[in-house]
Write a protein that binds this ligand. Structure first.
Ligand SMILES: Nc1ncnc2c1ncn2[C@@H]1O[C@H](COP(=O)(O)OP(=O)(O)O)[C@@H](O)[C@H]1O
Ligand SMILES: [Mg+2]
Length: 268
């Protein structure tokens, strides 16, 4: 069962007694809530640890959901090191429309900073305020249309982007990702604890690069009181598919089965 740190309800706040900067956050939250009202479910994929497979999980969960008939979008919240378009093999021209139109790859809508930078070898070197501005625009100004699920691929760390998302976006909750290693579990537990502090639900934890018996995921689930959603085995083909710009669940039936199992647990 999803665990939450307690519901935050802006309606219950006496606005005369609070700091104006906090009020601004509440106002932005309310605006974003109405702008995102065409999206039924918004799910973050997160761990503060880098390289555990957040993007792999986000992309494959999105395409698994899409293969089940849902209308799905992916928001790449890794603003300065965006990888989603690479993982799905997108090489098109930067979109010129404003408000932003997501690209569509294999039936899944995607928005990512990578779409706007033709030279993929060029680093995006932005300070926090610029990152946060771009991220807010992605949420506020993207023309998603009606979606059943928006999957948000978070960057590692617990600062600008994760913090902005937790403060402002009315999420259903987070799918945490860990690997079997203790250090990954420790960092993922911190991520879950942060989400709980914001009153956000933990929808469960995925163990990626698993040997087949849950290790890191059990540690995280036990510590945070959430479910293990499933395991994705360490499999060189998953890495190769990503590097070839192919989505694993669309290429391999065993990998698809593993992600569909996770999706079924997630949406139940
Ligand atoms: N189950 C797996 N087996 C083998 N390689 C994987 C697996 N999951 C992810 N990878 C590879 O590990 C690297 C890091 O994954 P990525 O999804 O980018 O992590 P993160 O988004 O957490 O930084 C990528 O090269 C990816 O293709
Ligand atoms: Mg990533």
């Amino acid at each position: 069962m999803a665990q939450t740190g307690g519901e935050f309800n802006p309606e219950n706040i006496d606005r005369s007694k609070i700091d104006p900067s906090f009020l601004a956050v509440i106002r932005q939250r309310e605006e974003l809530k109405s702008k995102l009202s065409g999206i039924k479910h918004k799910i973050g994929v997160y761990s503060a640890k880098g390289g555990v497979g957040k993007t792999t999980t986000a992309v494959n969960l999105a395409y698994a959901l899409s293969s089940m008939g849902f209308k799905v979008g992916i928001l790449d919240a890794d603003i300065d090191t965006p990888n989603v378009t690479y993982f799905v093999g997108y090489k098109g021209e930067p979109p010129r429309d404003y408000p932003l139109k997501p690209i569509e790859v294999g039936g899944v809508k995607i928005i990512s900073t990578a779409m706007f930078f033709q030279d993929s070898g060029k680093p995006i070197i932005w300070r926090g305020p610029m990152l946060t501005k771009m991220l807010k625009e992605f949420f506020a100004d993207t023309q998603w249309g009606e979606l059943d699920y928006l999957i948000i691929d978070l960057p590692p760390g617990s600062s600008d982007s994760p913090l902005t998302i937790m403060q402002l976006i009315p999420l259903d909750g987070f799918v945490l990702v860990t690997t079997p290693q203790h250090i990954a579990a420790i960092n993922t537990i911190k991520s879950g604890t942060m989400a709980k502090k914001f009153g956000l639900a933990l929808l469960g934890v995925v163990e990626n690069m698993s040997s087949g018996t849950p290790k890191g995921a059990s540690e995280v689930a036990e510590s945070l009181g959430c479910d293990v959603l499933g395991m994705i085995k360490a499999d060189q083909r998953i890495a190769d598919f990503s590097d070839e710009g192919k989505v694993a669940v669309l290429e391999d039936s065993r990998i698809k089965e593993a992600f569909i199992d996770i999706v079924k647990r997630l949406i139940s």
